[in-house]
Design a binder for this molecule. Structure first.
Ligand SMILES: Cc1cc2nc3c(=O)[nH]c(=O)nc-3n(C[C@H](O)[C@H](O)[C@H](O)COP(=O)(O)OP(=O)(O)OC[C@H]3O[C@@H](n4cnc5c(N)ncnc54)[C@H](O)[C@@H]3O)c2cc1C
Length: 528
């Protein structure tokens, strides 16, 4: 949609929208001038800064990219693109070396080799870490320092992109407004626009993602007609601490490993009757068990009193501090928990060079869907995917050279209406209750109707338009997939159906058309 061109910034060249690991790494991999735009100041507002585990790469003497690719495919529940799994596994070691060269202080042994950790579903130790559980913060700190020292990189902080600018059929930049007061819009012109806008957690009521992660990248691209891949596949963390904080802090799974139990507000240990392994059942089973309790109107708590007790402050200092700050002493009190949206496997469909289906638009990081994760992400493959495809995007746009844009200034302008808090809260509740851990035809149909209503009632809200577009894609694709696979569970189709072992490729137009008759196509159009 055309916006009044109140302010036009005309750097040309390459514009990266989003400044998490994907965006900053790509800017640093480029040689020429580049503009990086971000909703918040560098380092904040990005999931990358909060990553604790690390990055997966086959670097150990007993490991090989082939094994890494195999684990990636197994985790993805039958729909990982094998070529992409091999591509990220093969390129991982070189990208880790890139990060080390950029100043990331990876944990190393006395001989200078990487210390490699193990995570769920990896058959080898292959997680490179930084200062224990501070991987994301340390990686981002090193990259921010490198970006600030690079005069060819112009950083525009505090600007929220809300719409793609299109000329003919080509993307020629974005429209944005200021995060602080929604003044604008500003048109930032570019010959190549790279979306690095992160995930969709903020579309759900409980999430581990920063508030900036509201699926705006997917929404903007989808509204411009881009093909979106696998939107129905969303990963949830079973035990976020339910303190009403947004985003929600995590209660590490190690607490259950220590023997802590889950109880509802009637004091019932519900997991013991749900699965033979009770609290140690697979992540998605535990998450669904908790969700069912909450949906039935009960509260759920982690009882660590017996299993952890007095050693809590030293054994789990981060969780201890979080609980104490809310007046909960986990040595004597129950910890309220709820599942939280954690990661989106789906996103803007991209090829092996991060190109989307829209000329002029590339996508990298969590907002893209490369085929690497299929229906479920293997732990620590998301930061890896961000840097592998960031490097590929940087190489693909290397021939596009804009003006030296280091002197951009943004003139002030009147503000747009503030976002409707109630509408956003309704959207997030709808996504969690109807499009979350457990889905069925009636709930999804109701969700589509509710999202469409929120969209209509808030048509003037430029940010909400993107959020509802992404929400419609997630719900629409979840309705179309009549089976359960990976992060997608349908209570009315609880089995995995081999005939549906394919990725989803769809568009917002297709989802809307399906909604008209509430009959979605069984076979969605392929991207290539
Ligand atoms: C608590 C937590 C722990 C995790 N641990 C790990 C781990 O150990 N290993 C792993 O591999 N993965 C982990 N993940 C997942 C991983 O961190 C993310 O998938 C990854 O960081 C995404 O990187 P990104 O650059 O695509 O997005 P982000 O890092 O989220 O960056 C997105 C950027 O886009 C900006 N933005 C958003 N919307 C707009 C807009 N409209 N206009 C302008 N800018 C905008 C944001 O401000 C931000 O700068 C974890 C995630 C969380 C939340």
């Amino acid at each position: 949609m055309a916006q009044p061109l109140n302010n036009v910034l005309n750097p040309g060249g390459v514009l990266i929208v989003g400044a998490g690991l994907a965006g900053l790494f790509t800017a640093l991999k480029m040689k020429g001038p580049v503009t990086v735009l971000a909703a918040a100041s560098l380092g904040s507002g990005a999931s990358s800064t909060w990553a604790q585990g690390g990055i997966a790469a086959a670097l150990g003497p007993d490991d090989a990219p082939e094994l890494h690719a195999r684990d990636t495919e197994a985790a993805g529940a039958g729909i990982v693109d094998p070529a992409i799994a091999h591509l990220i596994a093969n390129e991982a070691p070189a990208r880790i070396e890139d990060l080390a060269r950029l100043g990331v202080p990876f944990d190393r042994d006395a001989k200078g080799n990487f210390v490699l950790g193990r995570e769920a579903a990896h058959s080898r130790n292959r997680i490179v870490r930084v200062t224990g559980d501070r991987a994301g913060a340390e990686i981002m700190a090193a990259l921010i320092k490198a970006v600030r020292a690079e005069p060819r990189i112009t950083v525009l902080e505090g600007l929220v992109a809300f719409e793609l600018a299109i000329e003919g059929a080509r993307v020629v930049g974005v429209y944005a407004h200021r995060a602080a007061d929604r003044s604008g819009p500003v048109f930032i012109r570019a010959d190549a626009t790279i979306f690095a806008l992160g995930g969709v957690g903020g579309l759900f009521e409980v999430t581990t993602n920063p508030p900036q992660a509201r699926g705006q990248g997917v929404g903007m691209a989808a509204r411009a007609g881009a093909v979106i891949a696998d939107p129905e596949f969303v990963q949830f963390h079973p035990t976020a601490i339910a303190l009403g904080r947004d985003p929600a802090p995590l209660a590490t799974e190690a607490l259950r490993g220590e023997g802590s139990i889950l109880v509802n507000d009637r004091g019932e240990r519900f997991m013991a009757v749900t699965h033979a392994d009770a609290e140690l059942a697979p992540r998605d089973v535990v998450a669904r068990g908790i969700f069912r309790e909450i949906r039935a109107g009960r509260r759920v708590f982690l009882d660590t009193r017996q299993a952890v007790g007095a050693k809590f402050p030293t054994a789990f200092p981060t969780v201890f501090e979080t609980c104490m700050s809310a007046g909960i002493d986990p040595r004597s009190d129950l910890i309220p928990v709820a599942p939280a949206e954690h990661y989106h496997m789906g996103g803007i469909a991209t090829d092996e060079n991060a190109r989307t289906s829209l000329p002029g638009l590339w996508a990298i990081g969590e907002c893209a869907s490369t085929g690497a994760h299929g229906a479920n992400r293997l732990a620590s493959n998301s930061l890896l995917e961000a840097i592998v495809f960031g490097a590929r995007a940087a190489a693909d746009v290397a021939h596009i050279v804009g003006a030296d844009n280091a002197i951009l200034t943004l003139p002030a302008h009147p503000s747009a209406a503030a976002p409707a808090a109630l509408a956003l809260a309704t959207l997030r509740k709808t996504m969690t209750m109807n499009v979350g851990l457990e889905r069925n035809h009636a709930d999804l149909t109701a969700a589509l109707a509710a999202i469409a209503q929120i969209e209509r009632a808030n048509a003037a809200d430029v940010d909400m338009r993107n959020m509802t577009a992404t929400a419609l894609l997630i719900a629409g694709a979840a309705l179309a997939r009549k089976e359960s696979r990976g992060g997608h569970f349908r209570s009315d189709y609880p089995r995995t159906d081999e005939a549906q072992a394919k990725r989803t490729f769809t568009t917002l137009g297709q989802v809307r058309a399906a909604m008209d008759g509430l009959k979605l196509p069984t076979r969605l159009e392929a991207v290539r």
